[in-house]
Design a protein around this ligand. Structure first.
Ligand code: GTP
Ligand code: MG
Length: 202
């Protein structure tokens, strides 16, 4: 898919303030610092559309971007940010849960996982929760540039084995890097395919 236009629309903490759900929508979620905002920039081919930071906890709101005037990409705040207070964590989960459950135009939630880490309980809990709610999801292993080919193969296999303990079948699975742009084409093709399938149903 060719990205002709990518613009920021709105940033907010309430689902009722999100843009009208008139376009298909794809959201990015995962632990703080995993590279959600960077991946959005990589997909749209802009350096600074979504704000990124070396400090975890940069994105704190639901951020909508409109792509090709036809679909939304959504950058969400990360979970598992250690220095966030208990109260903030509760607010985070309320906001995100409402968004994920109620957003009717949400086509797929991409859960980002750091390729350098072994599967974390927080991630697996979250994946289970989404699966339980039947919210369509796909997985993305980020920062693949930080690993050698062998290390990456090992990491992919570790994630896949762990996931197959939860599910009989793997959800769509991608490997990405904001440095090398790995995974960009695959992710954009997948998004295009999901929208095409949705068109056929409508
Ligand atoms: P929060 O908004 O805090 O939840 O973080 P985030 O998941 O949006 O992460 P962000 O995109 O802000 O990136 C966090 C840090 O990781 C930044 O320093 C990025 O430059 C770096 N980073 C993100 N993706 C990659 C990648 O694919 N490769 C490498 N080497 N660094 C990356
Ligand atoms: Mg972010």
């Amino acid at each position: 898919m060719i990205i002709k236009a990518a613009e920021f629309v709105i940033s907010n903490t309430q689902i009722n303030l999100c843009p009208e759900p008139i376009f298909p929508e794809f959201a990015f979620i995962g632990r703080s610092n995993v590279g959600k905002s960077s991946l959005i920039n990589t997909l749209v081919g802009k350096r600074n559309l979504a704000r990124i930071s070396t400090h975890p906890g940069k994105t704190q709101t639901i951020n909508h971007y409109i792509i090709n005037n036809a679909w939304y990409l959504v950058d969400l705040p990360g979970y598992g940010f250690a220095t966030t207070s208990q109260e903030n964590r509760f607010e985070w989960s309320q906001m995100i849960e409402r968004y994920l459950i109620e957003r009717e135009n949400l086509q797929c939630t991409f859960i980002l996982l750091d390729a350098r880490l072994v599967p974390q309980d927080k991630d697996l809990d979250f994946i289970r929760w989404l699966g339980g709610k039947e919210i369509p999801l796909a997985l993305v292993l980020t920062k693949s540039d930080k690993l050698s080919r062998n290390e990456l193969t090992r990491s992919v296999s570790h994630y896949q084995t762990t996931l197959l303990e939860i599910w009989e079948e793997l959800p769509p699975f991608f490997i990405s890097s904001a440095e090398t742009k790995a995974g960009r084409e695959e992710l954009l093709n997948f998004i295009e395919e999901v929208m095409r399938r949705q068109d056929q149903i409508d």
